[in-house]
Design a protein around this ligand. Sequence first.
Ligand SMILES: C[S@@+](CC[C@H](N)C(=O)[O-])C[C@H]1O[C@@H](n2cnc3c(N)ncnc32)[C@H](O)[C@@H]1O
Length: 245
Amino acid sequence: MKDFDPIKSWDAERAKRYVTHLRGDEADAAEFLASYAKESGALEFAIGTGRIGIPLKEKGVAVSGIEGSPEMVAQLHAHPTGKDIPAVVGDMSQATTGKKYDVVYLVYNTIFNLLTADDQIRCFENAAKHMTKDGVFIVETAVPHAWIEPGKSDYVKAEHVSGMEITLDVARYDPVTQLFEENHVTLTESGIRMVPIVCRLITPGEMDLMARIAGLRLVDRYGDWKRSAFDSNSVMHVSVYGFRN
Ligand SMILES: C[S@@+](CC[C@H](N)C(=O)[O-])C[C@H]1O[C@@H](n2cnc3c(N)ncnc32)[C@H](O)[C@@H]1O
């Protein structure tokens, strides 16, 4: 998508709206992540406004973050719990806090926000650099076929329909670049609002190979934060990587 910059798309207006955006998985995610945290705490890549980081900190875990958008960090630090979460503004595939953690985690499909295989591999490598010897890197993301049916290259879906407002989800997928270009287009009497996003879709198997390149191996994989089995019906996965012994 021409002129799309993943970080610039998380601007002040979107950051302000994102604070109230909950998915409903926050408590389960915080509980799952807390079970891996010991004295070295947790580092969230792409922490955003603290949707998961804040409930995790409220469970007593020392949480830090790396986040690309300064506007998202401003919202994190405007929260009474979030203000005490240190966050480095930078690219999660390169930026460092200079510390090691029991848990490094990356949720909500955000591994897909890195748009080349090299950057996605660098992200695994950067996670490994921030992990203690027994630490884990936990990644929660969708499986690609849940977003676009195999063999299909585009779709338009009615996301919201009412008398005075409609929202369309318009998407196109290129199997060569693995880029999924999507726009949520809201039409009202007063105008049109677009929320574009580009993602590079990768399968769980590709992620496992990226982890191996970074010196990590798959330890566990679940179908959700409640540790349901990951199977052919799963639409997402929570994958736990540790150092190869
Ligand atoms: C869907 S939000 C998720 C935020 C938070 N992890 C959550 O679960 O609510 C995606 C976030 O990833 C950030 N982001 C995207 N690409 C990034 C990158 N390369 N490095 C750091 N942050 C990035 C965006 O700025 C945005 O805050």
